[in-house]
Design a protein around this ligand. Structure first.
Ligand code: COA
Length: 317
């Protein structure tokens, strides 16, 4: 199709919160979290905003791409934890890195980075864009209910980014939405209009764990099969799959259904937990920086989450 990735970057805040730390806050323990979710520790921002995390990941991606911020023609940031409803996180990144291009956010929860990547691909296909910066950045710690053991143990903060340019490495993509506010949501409250009874806005992740789990396994499996068909390959030709890091059991089950060995799935959930839209971007950056990718390798990126939404694409490295 229309793009190639020319640089990646990621950043996670310094503070590490272990499962043992969480067991001091809620009724949980390291064994349960490790076995049921696969997380050992996550990063939590104490003072950095979502935009701060995004800027650091963006600067690393720009440096890896070997360009300057002035050479960017578009910035698209995926986030559900922007610091304000306005300005967008992308606009704050634009100012902080010294870019001059249009910048906007999109919201598709944990699938957000892949929706943003596809948006950048569409802009590049339209023409006139030499470099686009695509970011997934989240400060989920701000919207978690830290008294709810079924959600607060899962998530973490972080950001990942990629610089893309015109090219032909982005072979196929698929975006999926199944509108639903019942399974996984972050309600925004009623607001403060004087024309009805007010209530404090309380932003917090509300999740039906088992329904989300089933949706996730089905989407990874269906989406990987679908994009493989679209690319005219079989899933076992994929050298690596970079999945959204939500639960290692979800990935394990999907791997078995697809008949792909677990070693080909890039995993870092143990260290960061679920960083929503940042998750695939961070994982891709770590894969790239590990040196494991060779030119010509076929890789798939896939994600799922609130919306409900899911997305997958195949890239020839
Ligand atoms: N520590 C200890 N026990 C916990 C716990 C925790 N952090 N969270 C829940 N439990 C308990 C429950 O209260 C329940 O206890 P009970 O049997 O006495 O009622 C028991 O563990 C089992 O709960 P259940 O919800 O059935 O567990 P599960 O195996 O479905 O695991 C999730 C829960 C949330 C880990 C799992 O459903 C999941 O990962 N779902 C997908 C979530 C996801 O990926 N979200 C992001 C999508 S982008």
């Amino acid at each position: 199709m229309s793009i190639r990735i020319i640089g990646t970057g990621s950043y996670v805040p310094e503070k590490t919160v272990t499962n043992d730390d969480l067991s001091q806050m809620v009724d949980t323990n390291d064994e349960w979290i490790t076995q049921r979710v696969g997380v050992k520790e996550r990063r939590v921002s104490v003072s950095e905003t979502t935009a701060d995390l995004a800027v650091k990941a963006a600067q690393r991606a720009i440096e890896a791409a070997g360009i300057s911020a002035e050479e960017l023609d578009l910035i698209v940031t995926a986030t559900v934890t922007g610091d304000s409803l306005c300005p967008s996180t992308a606009a704050l990144v634009q100012a902080a890195i010294g870019a001059k291009c249009p910048a906007f956010d999109i919201s598709s929860a944990c699938s957000g980075f892949l929706f943003a990547l596809d948006t950048a691909a569409a802009f590049i296909a339209r023409g006139g864009i030499r470099h686009a910066l695509v970011i997934g950045a989240e400060r989920l710690s701000r919207v978690l209910d830290w008294t709810d053991r079924s959600t607060c143990v899962i998530f973490g903060d972080g950001a990942g980014a990629a610089v893309v340019a015109p090219g032909d490495n982005y072979l196929v993509s698929h975006l999926f939405t199944q509108g639903n506010d019942d399974v996984l949501s972050i309600p925004a409250g009623k607001g403060n209009s004087p024309f009805y009874e007010r209530e404090e806005p309380v932003y917090k992740v509300v999740m039906k764990g088992q329904e989300t789990f089933r949706f996730a396994v089905r989407r990874i499996t269906d989406d990987i099969r679908l994009v493989s068909d679209m690319a005219g390959i079989t899933p076992d030709q994929l050298k690596y799959i970079v999945p959204h890091q939500a639960n290692s059991r979800i990935i394990d089950l999907a791997a078995r259904k697809l008949g792909i060995p677990m070693e080909r799935f890039v995993l870092n959930i143990e260290r960061y937990g679920n960083t929503s839209s940042a998750s695939v971007a961070i994982s891709l950056d770590e894969l790239v920086r590990s040196g494991a990718l060779q030119p010509g390798d076929l890789i798939a990126l896939c994600a799922f989450g609130g919306g409900l939404s899911s997305a997958a694409c195949i890239i020839r490295w």
